[in-house]
Design a protein around this ligand. Structure first.
Ligand SMILES: Nc1ncnc2c1ncn2[C@@H]1O[C@H](COP(=O)(O)OP(=O)(O)OP(=O)(O)O)[C@@H](O)[C@H]1O
Length: 580
């Protein structure tokens, strides 16, 4: 997925953080208070050292020190809890936003994406936002402030020693500038490899039987190992640069420490500063280190987060559907009209519909026949408005589908796809998927109609039996009938059945034909049919070939009137002769 981002990464990040700004400010203030109590300590120590030297009472100072230490710990703990909690909230927000986006993605965008990669963006990339929120934004602010305050306090103690310290800070800064872009690149690669792994996993686990039957386990393992290896390589590269940045910083500070001790010692000896001041200065130098480390950390976390944000924003910039008004409840059969519809799936692919026109009046049954690839399933996809025509119009009940509220349009339609998908969950969940408000009586009724009652009765848990991932525990015919039952339960105005009889045995097929005939009395039924027996009972047959409608008529009309149909009828449509 390569979508060019318009908004700079920090802006996108701020967008995620904005709802929590006040908690973050509170967390930052607490962090600063921790810093301030920490910074006050060396001053108290200096007084203590001076007090001890001159034999003054130091009980008060000791009590103040204890208070500062305890206060520092308590405020620090609460502050970091607040920040971590907020960071979790940012992740939650990002995940919810992504999920809300994903479910409404337009179908062409889904066609172009890898589900496993999309999944890794929701699960893995979002976790990186966690560190950015606390590790980056807040730390950057608080450690900068602490750093500045420390430096100011150091300046008041001894400007000469400060110059040495600033020199060290400058070196650390140069190193950071060199290394940080490399961390970002490595992080992006690591996240991309995780996405590739997700996609490869989804592909393999989704078709594990085929993988096994093809003996492809080892090859697929190698692909996955390679992706995992890439993620490892990129992760190690990032770790290497992070280690360099972190330790160069530490090294520079230690050198500064040694220099300050040497130089400071000689300044104490010459009487330029007293010993208490040197001790306090050294303590500040020690305090400087965590702030500096945090700043480096903030910068590296930001780079990691930036890589993740880029991947998250790519998903957020994909086109989504707007469901529109809630559907009105009517069950009248609907009409369907195609007016010179031209359509291609992608701009660089050939046309799949090359001026398709037909009209289906309300009610009755219409069969679509034609060679494989003629564009029959595409008719259904356009009626559902999964895609939009390049030119021409698709009308349902006389209204262009683009002018229908999407939710209303789809509520009017019951659609059984070619491979009749069943979702993991129980049978009941599958049946109620399209009609959550259906009553037990209606379910019973539909089970009878789709000849599922006997099968359900045989199951120990009846309707509450889990069907397995994609209904793997069901037979192909059972899956098809459940998909049909699910569509019928919606009491649709328009029923789209794509090759629903293909996997049924003769008895069930005859039963289903009766069901379809029954449905056609109250609903408009469109079927893509591969069985002659289904086609012959249709009120009208639309013969499609190479993206065009060749002929429309009844079986009797077409057998004599259309050579392609006559050929299909004798050679390609599956005849169930013994039942006819
Ligand atoms: N999502 C898609 N992206 C790109 N091309 C597609 C997509 N779906 C279908 N096609 C192409 O569009 C053409 C028509 O497909 P369609 O599924 O409408 O044919 P069909 O008549 O239903 O065929 P069959 O009887 O084999 O199911 C085919 O050449 C197919 O390769």
């Amino acid at each position: 997925m390569t979508v060019q981002l318009q908004t700079p990464v920090w802006r996108v990040l701020l967008g995620y953080v904005r709802p929590f700004r006040w908690v973050l400010v509170a967390g930052a203030v607490l962090s600063l208070m921790t810093g301030a109590t920490g910074l006050a300590l060396p001053l108290v120590v200096r007084e203590l050292v001076t007090g001890l030297q001159s034999d003054q009472g130091v009980a008060g100072l000791l009590a103040l020190m204890t208070l500062l230490i305890l206060g520092n710990a308590a405020i620090g703990a609460y502050g970091s809890y607040l920040l971590e909690r907020t960071a979790e909230s940012v992740v939650l927000l990002a995940r919810r936003r992504l999920v809300s986006r994903l479910l409404w993605l337009r179908v062409p965008a889904v066609d172009a994406a890898e589900p496993g990669d999309l999944m890794s963006r929701v699960t893995s990339d979002t976790t990186l936002l966690r560190q950015v929120t606390t590790g980056s934004f807040v730390s950057a602010v608080t450690s900068t402030l602490t750093l500045v305050a420390t430096v100011v306090l150091m300046a008041t103690l001894d400007p000469v020693l400060l110059v040495v310290t600033l020199g060290a800070l400058l070196v650390a800064q140069v190193v950071m500038r060199l290394v940080i872009p490399r961390i970002r690149r490595a992080s992006k690669q690591a996240q991309e490899s995780v996405g590739i792994m997700g996609a490869a996993l989804e592909r393999v686990l989704g078709a594990l039987r085929t993988v096994k039957a093809s003996g492809a386990e080892e090859r697929e393992r190698d692909r996955l190992h390679a992706a995992a290896g890439d993620a490892y390589g990129a992760g190690v590269r990032a770790a290497k640069w992070e280690a360099i940045v972190g330790n160069v910083g530490g090294l520079v500070m230690q050198l500064a420490f040694i220099t300050v001790i040497g130089l400071g010692g000689s300044r104490v000896a010459s009487g330029a500063i007293d010993i208490g001041t040197l001790v306090a200065f050294l303590l500040y130098l020690i305090y400087l280190m965590p702030s500096l480390r945090e700043l480096v950390n903030a910068a590296t976390q930001y780079q990691r987060g930036a890589a993740a944000v880029a991947r998250i924003s790519e998903v957020e910039s994909l086109p989504v559907e707007t469901p529109g008004e809630p559907p009105s409840v009517t069950h009248e059969p609907a009409s369907v009209t195609f007016e010179r519809v031209r359509f291609r799936y992608q701009p660089d692919l050939p046309e799949v519909h090359r001026g398709v026109s037909f009209t289906v009046p309300p009610g009755g049954m219409t069969a679509f026949v034609g060679p494989s690839g003629a564009g029959k399933t595409t008719v259904f996809s356009l009626v559902e408005r999964f895609y939009e025509p390049e030119s021409g119009r698709v009308l349902v009940d006389g209204t262009d589908v683009r002018d229908w509220p999407l939710a209303g349009l789809r509520a009017a339609i019951g659609y059984v796809e070619q491979d009749a998908p069943v979702l993991s969950g129980t049978l009941r969940e599958n049946l109620l998927f399209g009609a959550p408000a259906a009553t037990p009586l209606e379910i019973d009724d539909i089970l009878g109609v789709t000849r599922l009652s006997a099968m359900v009765a045989r199951l120990p848990d009846g309707l509450d039996t889990p069907v397995g991932h994609r209904g793997i525990k069901l037979s192909g015919g059972e899956r098809q009938r459940i998909a049909i039952a699910r569509a019928l339960l919606r009491r649709p105005r328009l029923l789209l059945l794509d090759e629903v009889t293909s996997q049924l045995d003769a008895v069930n097929e005859a039963a289903l034909r009766a069901t379809i005939a029954d449905a056609a009395t109250t609903t408009t039924v469109l079927v893509v049919a591969h069985r002659l027996s289904t086609v012959t009972m249709a009120d009208r047959i639309v013969v499609m070939d190479a993206g065009e409608v060749r002929a429309v008529g009844t079986h009797a009309d077409l057998v004599t009137g259309d050579p392609l149909y006559a050929e299909l009828a004798t050679t390609q449509l599956l005849a169930t002769a013994h039942l006819e």
